[in-house]
Design a protein around this ligand. Sequence first.
Ligand SMILES: Nc1ncnc2c1ncn2[C@@H]1O[C@H](COP(=O)(O)OP(=O)(O)OP(=O)(O)O)[C@@H](O)[C@H]1O
Ligand SMILES: [Mg+2]
Length: 803
Amino acid sequence: MNEDILGQLNDSQREAAVYCDGAELVIAGAGSGKTRVLTYKIAYLLQSGYRPWNILALTFTNKAATEMKERISNLVGHDKARLLSMGTFHSIFSRILRTEVSHIGYDHNFTIYDQGDSRSLIKTIIKEMGLDEKQYNSSSVADRISLAKNNLLTAHDYSSSIHVREDVERKVPAVKDVYMRYAERCRQANAMDFDDLLLNTYLLFARHEDVRQKYVDRFRYVLVDEYQDTNYAQQAIVMQLTRDHQRICAVGDDAQSIYGFRGANIDNILNFTKAYDNAKLFKLEQNYRSTQMIVQAANSLIRHNARQIPKNVFSDNERGEKVVFKQAYSDREEAAIVCKEIKRIKSREKCGFGDFAILYRTNSQSRSIEEEFRKSNVPYRVFGGLSFYQRKEIKDIIAYFRLVANPNDEEAFRRIINYPSRGIGDTTLSKIATTANKHALSLWTVASQPLVFGLEANRGTYAKLEAFCSMISAWQAVMQSVDAYQLGQDIIKGSGISKEIYEKREPEDLARQENVYEFLAGLQDFVESRREEGDGEHVYLSDFLQEVALLTDLDSDSDGDDKERVALMTIHSAKGLEFPNVFIVGLEENIFPSPMSCSSLRELEEERRLLYVAMTRAEKRCFLTCAQNRFRYGRVEYGTPSRFLQDISPEYLKKDEISTPASPAYYRGGGQADGGYGSKPKWMQNPRPVASQFKADPKPRAVPPRREENAPSPFSEEFEKRLKVAKLRLKPVTKAEIDELTAPTVSEDVGISVGNVIEHQRFGIGTVIQLEGRGENLKATVQFTNSGTKQLLLKFARYKIVK
Ligand SMILES: Nc1ncnc2c1ncn2[C@@H]1O[C@H](COP(=O)(O)OP(=O)(O)OP(=O)(O)O)[C@@H](O)[C@H]1O
Ligand SMILES: [Mg+2]
């Protein structure tokens, strides 16, 4: 049996998979089967008698964990695979903390603050402390605090660390005080940010040996993928779990370390052998993913980095085509070239759109490509970017959920105390906040008993506060008895959010309605799939919150039909993935390498590794493109090809220099220009602005913030784009569906009876075999042809009766 499985590995991979005599590090180039070795090793361990729950596998994204679990299911069966402890560092550690956190003084229902919450709290603190907000930019202060936590420095440690001297030099000496206050406020709110999940796990194990021992006994084998991008905190926790038994297998590639800016440290991988005395090092050199040409081109690029472990990566696959470089005249033309090439390959090879990926350095670069794809009817999907759960209406709903789960959550409280508007103004909120700060209590504690704290609220305000708090308390009371989906609906209605969103009929409201609709459908799916996985009859809101809080912008909620869409994503999100055809766009100075990374050799090497990661995603073909003129931040910028192009050896690179514009439309604004083929657009006919814009800028420019905080304004291109994307993701909501969602109660007669055949949007065709409950609670048990038996709450199930 073992042999069957291991027969699918080559000799070096097999050796690495079966080695169980101690710490093991697999260092290998891209596409050489590191992830495959981990997967097969887990299967091998299971077959050798390890219990699934005794194996801990840590991955970089939730998506990677799911994929690995699926593969292991195929090898050893679902029953075993589903019981493995497998997930991202954050998800595994947050689960441990939920159980053990009382040891370090938190309540188990703690909230996880996302980046937005944490920034907003830091901003509040900077204001409260009367610091100059220009000097103390909340996001750079947040970065300092995050870096400290990733190096396991608590607020207290930080005040006596060398960072304080750096802060003085940077003229931000009060960062240590902000950190101190921030830590106190998180504690009062019973909240942890992402970095706390690591720091607190570390502290938990460091201070409570019995707890550490419990998890050492539980996790008898620990496996880590993408080890090169683990930061100091993650590495330290892995050490805490494995230093006794040394049963650890880490796989990684120093040449793919791309998270230096977040505190990931390439030295981790270099120091592994020092940390584990008898660690055995394995190397894999054969790349199974890409053509020889791609592997050699990528090797020739990465050779220019000084700091690296020498490797000889080769491929036995077909020789393949040279990597193609094309310089376009403008960003629009670049997009058109990419689009045309995709269509050409697709019709020649009869492959799907899912066989193509467009990779870029930063999220905002997707815009021009998306425009072209929409125009040319190319189906695509943007991964990452503003994630679904970051949209305003969804964050509002989640803030309600969070406050119900943890009333001390300060950020959730601030967000919804007056949303939808209930006449509790800023003055009242600031009175509550001042009192809460004075007594070191949460906002909720004060707001829920204003008289105790002598808040001189007038009668009207007092009544409004009371109404708000009793509404939240009522939901808290049923939190552990009512199903997440049911409670979620009650909250959306009872809070007034559904009325607020559904009573308007403007185009932008439609997008918000669709989002809420999709959110509810997602909540329902979550509840159903948890039940399906056998996690008990009841799935509560807290389970859902736990899951949602840990979605990162590298993850995406896949809806299963990605095979037919071109994937658009940043290179960071593409880590570990592979596609037959890869286009890397925007290879220009000032974009790639990023202008922020040109000041030191170290940063520049990281940018080069990033390009290495991008190129090695390609199986058959790799295209590199750049544009001479690019519309960015509201103006046209002149770009020169990236210096990295010089690093790729010419024998593997086919250079197709600047192309002739195929049509005037490829110039921005050129659509209106008179004349035909190749004529100049209007803005180019005016020499003055052109001259100033076209001078190559030797200095890196200050780059405006890339992340959008707010929703785009309606009627803007961006809004159109999002709406389109939202529509691609789901069928448009009909008026009937909206009415159904907003109706206060559901009519008794939904016209369904036992024996009906229905078509469900997700599960397909099935026969109703049982009905129970009434009205809102009417549930049908349906035997689906391809999806087994499911119980559906009909009020929200997406189905139609076929007969
Ligand atoms: N022995 C093998 N036989 C057949 N296919 C293999 C073998 N080893 C690896 N592959 C295939 O090669 C591809 C790359 O493997 P894998 O993703 O495990 O590499 P990796 O080293 O983890 O890559 P990356 O560095 O990008 O994370 C996958 O499609 C995998 O299934
Ligand atoms: Mg991998």
